[in-house]
Design a protein around this ligand. Structure first.
Ligand code: ZN
Length: 72
């Protein structure tokens, strides 16, 4: 079963960082080093605000904007 990813906003510097929902280790902000998520044994506990849930899904399903791009 694949877990989700969450976009978490750092409470200190507003950096938005994607964090695995079942992070097994503490996740620190890449910018200021503040703790963004702590492992709990199940779903991680987020310190910052979760602004978006990112489902684990391949990004290759975007074909709508692929309109008639042909080699000339
Ligand atoms: Zn930060």
């Amino acid at each position: 079963m694949a877990g989700n990813f969450y976009k978490v906003q750092c409470p200190d510097c507003d950096n938005e960082q994607t964090v695995f929902g079942k992070a097994a280790t503490e996740v620190a902000c890449a910018v200021c080093g503040a703790t963004l998520a702590r492992p709990t044994g199940g779903d991680a506990e987020f310190e910052g605000e979760v602004i978006e849930t990112v489902e684990r899904r391949s990004a290759s399903s975007r074909t709508d904007s692929d309109e008639t791009v042909e080699a000339q």
